[in-house]
Structures are given as structure tokens and as C-alpha cells.
Design a binder for this molecule. Structure first.
Ligand SMILES: [Zn+2]
Length: 445
């Protein structure tokens, strides 16, 4: 169940993860050595993670199946972002069509999208809010596969990978790089790169005050035995290192070097890292400006995971990962969603559950969209259940697809006060299999 819910959360929220363009050659990934000006606007801006959804002043934009969809706040309707009459929204002449788009973001004037159609070099394009007046702002030439990215004021920062020829010319070496794309000057610069250490996983946490922040965590090893003690030893023994890379100079510094027992998981919002210490049963914050650690809440033991939209309205959303804390419980334990008020440390359970039919419910997974005063939330999942006989009796497990999802919009105050008055939103219908995302009217084949 936990994996199923997390899988759906990932699919629904669909954070901008790895793109799939293959590395085409073994040449250096370096594309530009033009000096990059980091402007005060970029240093002071709050970095926004690039995802497939952007909440603008008039509505929410979302890229899916190569199309931009627009959810209009004023009418509560969803349409492709194209005003051409009789358009089938399928080809290059459609304003909403963006092949190979993985993320969308914007500012008060423009929308920005990534486009990688597999035929030409990937690029960042800019359009007006209504999808018209399309301009290429930056061609990502060279050899890069873009991973996660963040937008500042006029600056994009990407974690990218590329391959170079190995010293012994046998196996190529993978390098991890930090790229900056300045949409004011249309320049791209590789700020920093290092050879990927395959015994670590890398995560780009965010950008704060002119520094990109990365996490390196040592990879999981096989358990020594099937017991909670062995699982805890493995889960608590990872190296967890946090680095900052100065955008202007490319200089890297280590901020934190600890074990996962004391720092896991970690997320970043504005100028703060938030993390859980299982050792101290506390959620703490780390101020990236002052390097001071502050205790947010205490007496929180066991494993937790942060939601994909973790920090909203001064509340940090997380799940108690009961299925890991008590991994050998029979029957398997369900996770539960909570939030902690970062001002007073008060923890509250989120009473809202996603209805999965046949009496099944799944804990709340995070917000699909956030407007100035409302949230868009997945409210129902249509799931095909199958009966499985396990050691602890007959249990129901979901089959590998969901037929449809139902989304609702709710006032923020109502959500926090547990008055779950949702207005149903007809969201985006998948043209392909419908497995990943659905809409109210969608019926699976
Ligand atoms: Zn169209």
C-alpha cells in the first residue's frame, strides 16, 4: 500500500525527474565559458522547483502528453492552451503543443517550457501566458541530460549528467554538472562538474542566496538479516553529505557531513533545510544563511517521509512511514499523513483520506495545485483490488493500474480546518493508457 500510494503520488505530482534523451557522444559536456552575471534579483528570489505544473495569476498551467493545459480559476474549467478554432491540438501549428515537455514555469509576463522532441537539441522556450508568441530562449547544446532544475528570477539552474571518455578508454565516465541558463542574456554556463561516485545517490535540493545545494547519500546495501534491527542498522548507517556550490565561482563547500541516523530525510524551502533526526526524534531546520540549527518539534520517533509539496502556509507536511518503522508487523501497517506547524512545533494529523473504493482509503499525498487561496487535491482513486492470501490472512492489494482519479478544489482555510468541501475539477485526461493520470470523465479500457 505504501509503495502504491507513493507511486501514485509520484505519478500525479510528477516532479521533474530524469529526462530520457540518450547521451549521444563522449565529447565534453562543456558548452560555454561566458562569464555569468548573478543578479541581485536571482540571489533574492525564492527558487521554484521545475515540475509539470505552474500556478500563475489567472490559473494553473500543466504540461502532459506534449500539450499545455490551462485550469482557469474564474471558471473552474480545464482546456488546452490554444485559442485556434477547430484545432485538433496535435501538431506544431497548435499553440498548446510542446513536444517532449517535462516542465512548465512562468513569471508575471511569460511561460517557460522545456522542449526535447528528440530531433533537434533540447531547448527552453518562452511564450505569452495565452500560449502565443513562442521564442527559443536557450538551446541546450552539447551532451547533457537535464535532471532536476530550479527557476530563480531570470536564471535557471539544472543538475545535468554527461559522459566523457574514461582514462583507460574502456568505459565512459559519467559526470554530474551544474548548469545555469540566463534567460535575460540567453547564455548557458557549466558552473561546476564532478565525476559521479556510483556508491552515492545525488539530489539537487534547491538554490539559496546564490548557492546551489546538493545532497549526497551513500547507496543502500543488502540487509544482513530479515529483522527490524538489521533494517534499522542499514537505514541509519548511510553517509549524508550536504554541499553548496557558489553559482558565481563554482566553488564547492561541505555544509553537513553526518549519518542518516541524524539527518534523513532532508528537504529545502527558501533559505532553510528541514530534516528529521531519528537519533533525537526531532524535526530540525538548518538556516543556510546563518548555519544555525533550530529544533522545530520533538518526540517524533520512527521513520518519516516528506510529501512532494512539503512546506505550505508555515506547515511542513510529512508521513509517518509506519511500514518501515514497524516493517515486520502483520498485517502490514499503513502510513499516516501529518503536518507540523513550524512556528510552534504542534503536530496534527491530516484527517483527509483519498477514497479508493470498496472501503479502502489511502493517506493524503500532497497538493496537486496551489492557488493563492485554494488547493487542488486528489480526492478519489478508482482502483481494481485483488485478493491475495498472505501469512496474516487474506489481504487486498491494488492491481498495477488505476482507472481514473478525481480531483477537487478546496479553500485553504477549509482544508486546514478539516471542512472538506471539495468542488470537483475535471482535470487532464491521458491520451495514452490512462494509467498515469486521469480525469473525472475518463474510463479505463
Ligand atoms: Zn491547438
Amino acid at each position: 500500500m505504501k509503495r502504491f500510494c507513493i507511486m501514485i503520488a509520484l505519478l500525479i505530482l510528477s516532479l521533474c525527474s530524469c529526462t530520457s534523451e540518450p547521451l549521444t557522444s563522449l565529447e565534453s559536456g562543456i558548452i560555454s565559458n561566458i562569464p555569468l552575471e548573478i543578479r541581485a534579483e536571482d540571489i533574492n528570489a525564492k527558487a521554484a522547483l521545475l515540475t509539470n505544473t505552474w500556478s500563475g495569476p489567472l490559473g494553473i498551467y500543466r504540461v502532459q502528453n506534449n500539450l499545455i493545459y490551462f485550469y482557469d480559476y474564474s471558471s473552474d474549467t480545464v482546456i488546452p492552451l490554444c485559442n485556434k478554432p477547430n484545432c485538433k491540438h496535435e501538431g506544431d501549428d497548435c499553440n498548446a503543443y510542446v513536444p517532449g515537455s517535462h516542465w512548465i514555469t512562468g513569471d508575471s509576463k511569460f511561460l517557460y517550457l522545456y522542449s526535447a522532441d528528440g530531433k533537434t537539441a533540447p531547448k527552453i522556450i518562452q511564450t505569452n501566458h495565452d500560449g502565443t508568441n513562442r521564442n527559443d530562449k536557450a538551446i541546450i547544446s552539447g551532451n547533457y541530460s537535464l535532471l532536476d532544475g530550479f527557476k530563480l528570477d531570470g536564471l535557471f539552474c539544472f543538475c545535468a549528467q554527461y559522459a566523457v571518455e574514461g582514462k583507460d578508454s574502456v568505459e565512459p565516465i559519467t559526470k554530474m554538472a551544474l548548469l545555469a541558463v540566463d534567460t535575460n542574456t540567453n547564455t548557458i554556463k557549466e558552473i561546476y562538474s564532478e565525476e559521479v561516485d556510483t556508491s552515492y545517490s545525488y539530489k539537487f535540493l534547491g538554490v539559496s542566496t546564490g548557492n546551489a545545494i546538493f545532497q549526497k547519500m551513500s547507496e543502500t546495501k543488502p540487509l544482513t538479516s530479515y529483522s527490524q534491527a538489521a533494517l534499522d542498522a542499514e537505514m541509519n548507517g548511510h553517509d549524508c553529505k550536504i554541499y553548496s556550490v557558489e553559482l558565481q565561482s563554482g566553488i564547492i563547500s561541505e555544509l553537513i557531513n553526518d549519518k542518516s541516523y541524524n539527518i534523513d530525510p532532508v528537504i529545502m524551502d527558501a533559505d532553510k533545510l528541514y530534516y528529521h533526526s531519528r537519533k533525537d526524534s526531532q524535526i530540525k531546520s538548518y538556516d543556510l544563511k546563518t548555519k544555525k540549527v533550530n529544533i522545530i518539534t520533538e518526540n517524533l520517533s520512527g521513520y518519516i517521509v516528506f510529501l512532494d509539496t512539503p512546506y505550505v502556509d508555515g506547515k511542513l507536511l510529512f508521513q509517518k512511514d509506519n511500514a518501515t518503522t514497524d516493517a515486520y508487523a502483520k498485517p502490514l501497517k499503513e502510513n499516516e499523513t501529518f503536518y507540523v506547524n513550524t512556528n510552534n512545533g504542534e503536530i496534527k494529523k491530516v484527517a483527509f483520506m483519498i477514497d479508493q473504493g470498496e472501503g479502502h482509503k489511502c493517506p493524503f499525498l500532497g497538493f496537486v495545485g496551489i492557488t493563492p487561496d485554494r488547493f487542488i487535491v486528489e480526492t478519489e482513486q478508482s482502483v481494481d483490488w485483488s485478493k491475495v492470501i498472505t501469512e496474516s490472512g487474506i489481504q487486498m492489494f491494488p492491481k498495477d493500474s488505476i482507472g481514473k482519479s478525481v480531483f477537487g478544489i478546496i479553500r485553504k482555510d477549509d482544508f486546514w480546518q478539516e471542512t472538506y468541501n471539495f468542488i470537483a475539477v475535471e482535470w487532464f485526461v491521458s491520451k495514452d493508457t490512462g494509467k498515469e493520470e486521469g480525469g473525472i470523465s475518463y474510463v479505463t479500457n
